[in-house]
Design a protein around this ligand. Structure first.
Ligand SMILES: [Cu+2]
Length: 241
């Protein structure tokens, strides 16, 4: 038994060293981040970006293996869960096939544009939930007029861009998409605010046929409480004040 003691002591020493080393290396690192819109102009053109603690790009987190990172995040964005309009989209859909009734999707459908950027929208109509059914939808945009660049039957393809009327397109704020067809719109996002873009058949809007376009939101001042005087909103604002 006596001969085991040095070996046991050595083993304990090794374990102790190991534990000490681990406890020295592993740390819990706390960070406080406030995410908010800010201006950034590295190329002399002013951009709106999402900064962290007034920095863009945000602060670097340094850590070593085994560390725990805790970030306390304050969301100061005017629009939460924003979606950046995609450059590409999944083109594998079939407009003639009834959609799978998922009953509901989730997401707030907020698209944020750079102020004064030119935005092209392709509205694509498709089969409703019943086979062989596709309806007309009059889409209306708040806060802007848009040019109707064209419309066509079936699924929109890149080749349809050649058919756009860039010479004298009509200027409207409502345009229809025909059954199984597409309609192309263009507008300039030059009106700071948050604007609804939706089908003007009311039940369709209630069923979710609408999104929100946001641009230059940081330029919008505080909404006066007198402008929020209707119905439940008014009562809530009044109670708060
Ligand atoms: Cu509709």
């Amino acid at each position: 038994m006596a001969s085991l003691k040095p070996a046991l002591a050595l083993l304990c020493g090794i374990l102790l060293c190991f534990l000490v080393q681990v406890s020295l290396a592993a740390k819990v690192r706390h960070h406080k981040w406030a995410v908010e819109y800010m201006f950034w102009s590295p190329d002399c053109v002013e951009h709106v970006v999402m900064g962290i603690n007034g920095q863009f790009p945000g602060p670097t987190i340094r850590a070593t293996a085994g560390d725990t990172i805790v970030v306390e995040l304050t969301n100061k964005l005017y629009t939460e869960g924003v979606a950046i309009p995609p450059e590409k989209y999944d083109e594998s859909y079939d407009v003639m096939k009834p959609a799978v009734n998922q009953n509901a999707t989730y997401g707030n459908g907020v698209y944020v544009f750079d102020l004064n950027s030119t935005v092209d929208v392709i509205l694509q109509n498709a089969n409703a939930l019943t086979n062989g059914t596709s309806e007309i939808h009059p889409w209306h945009l708040h806060g802007h007029d848009f040019w109707v660049l064209g419309n066509g039957e079936g699924k929109f393809t890149e080749a349809d861009v050649k058919k756009f009327n860039l010479k004298n397109p009509p200027l409207k704020n409502t345009a229809v998409i025909f059954p199984f067809g597409w309609t192309a719109l263009r507008f300039v996002a030059d009106n700071p605010g948050v604007w609804a873009f939706h089908c003007h058949i009311e039940p369709h809007l209630h069923m979710g046929m609408g999104v929100v376009f946001a641009e230059g939101v940081q330029k919008v001042g505080r909404i006066p409480s007198s402008a929020l005087a209707c119905g439940m909103t008014g009562r809530r604002v009044a109670n708060k004040n």
